[in-house]
Design a protein around this ligand. Structure first.
Ligand code: ATP
Length: 354
């Protein structure tokens, strides 16, 4: 299937600085696609290239199969929503939303009809005559969205659009945005540095680092099967366990770590002697019987109460700390100082050569 947006061999240099290294990427029709990464990794540059605010140094950009590399921003079938809502303060909400249609010389009646429909879509049809200053941040962002949708863009580009909202509103808007995207079937290209937001909202995520995509995956793929230590650390919480391979077999390695031995499932096991880091998510660590395989003993040093969950931190016999996360069932948490045997199942461990 033809992509909604395609980047073919796109490189972006600012003078001598390379912000994007040869990017090849196909964003599918109707998907919620997120570019995620730390500050400076090139997310916004990629978005600006798609929007046409920047031109690629090398390569081509296609929207709906058409090469738009030389098409100016205002003629591309995309619309960008920024973190700063960029509404006109002196115009009413309705006029703000109908503005893009005014620019395109759409007749007044049709313009107002479409603007009202767009406001209804974001549940802001109630006060079309108010000025932006008479709205809350979340309401202003909804108006900015309505203004983006009024042109019926094929692709909506969203640059940290929820960044200025407080946490509760942000969560609500995450939900609404996703619902809206599903309903409208428009391709959303979303930029965020917030990994939780990316996991919650996206069909697929491009994790970027240093001007490159280092993993392109579904949220569960990225979380459950990070392809690098960087991805494992960037997405969610993870235990990092130093170890050494003692035996390599077909599809598995045996690793000495935490004062014990662990079998680890891996497609290309490194040779015996290799220094490795094992990772495992805290919710996959489980208390087990003292003689269980793939386990090691530790002592509880810290308990964090996080409402729905408890975080239990153990120091293992080699000094490594291992965090276990479990649901809060209402039972009293274990006492600091208690010993426990922690199980790390072969399929839950991931291995990276260090
Ligand atoms: P943030 O989350 O901080 O917005 P980002 O991942 O969106 O980060 P970009 O804005 O894409 O990062 O910037 C990528 C790199 O390119 C950064 O090192 C930035 O300093 C550089 N850069 C961006 N725009 C320009 C420019 N116009 N001139 C020179 N360097 C630039």
């Amino acid at each position: 299937m033809q992509g909604a947006v395609e980047l073919r061999g796109v490189v972006k240099r600012f003078n001598t600085f390379t912000a994007l290294r040869r990017m090849d990427l196909t964003i599918r029709q109707g998907e919620f696609f997120t570019m995620l990464g730390a500050s400076g990794c090139g997310k916004t540059t990629t978005l600006r290239l798609i929007a046409g605010f920047e031109l690629p140094t090398e390569g081509h950009i296609l929207i709906d199969g058409q090469d738009v590399s030389d098409v100016p921003a205002h003629l591309r079938p995309v619309h960008t929503v920024f973190q700063s809502y960029a509404l006109f303060p002196h115009l009413s909400i309705l006029d703000n939303v109908s503005f893009p249609l005014t620019v395109r010389r759409v007749p007044r009646r049709q313009r107002l009809e479409r603007a009202r429909a767009a406001l209804d879509l974001v549940q802001m049809g109630g006060f079309p005559d108010r000025k932006p200053s008479q709205l809350s941040g979340g309401q202003q962002q909804r108006v900015a969205l309505a203004r983006a949708l009024v042109n019926e863009p094929k692709v909506l580009l969203l640059d940290e659009p929820l960044g200025a909202l407080d946490l509760k509103l942000r969560k609500e808007m995450q939900h609404e945005l996703k619902q809206m995207q599903r309903r409208l079937g428009i391709t959303f290209v979303f930029v965020t540095h917030d990994q939780e937001e990316a996991l919650t909202m996206s069909d697929r995520i491009a994790l970027m680092r240093g001007g490159e995509i280092i993993q392109l995956d579904t949220p569960s793929g990225l979380y459950n099967a990070p392809s690098s230590l960087y991805a494992a650390e960037f997405i969610g919480e993870t235990n990092m366990i130093p170890g050494r391979v003692v035996e390599a077999g077909a599809g598995r390695a045996r690793v000495e770590a935490l004062g014990g031995h662990f079998d680890v499932a891996c497609s290309e096991p490194p040779a015996a002697g290799a220094a490795v880091t094992l990772t495992i998510r805290p919710e996959r660590v489980t208390p087990v019987a003292a003689n269980a395989s793939n386990s090691a003993g530790g002592r509880l040093v810290d308990v964090d109460f996080i409402g729905t969950d408890l975080r239990l931190v153990y120091t293992m016999s080699d000094g490594t700390r291992v965090t276990l996360r479990r649901q809060n069932t209402g039972a009293a948490p274990p006492q600091v100082g208690q010993g426990a045997q922690l199980g790390l199942a072969a399929d839950d461990l991931r291995l990276f050569v260090t």
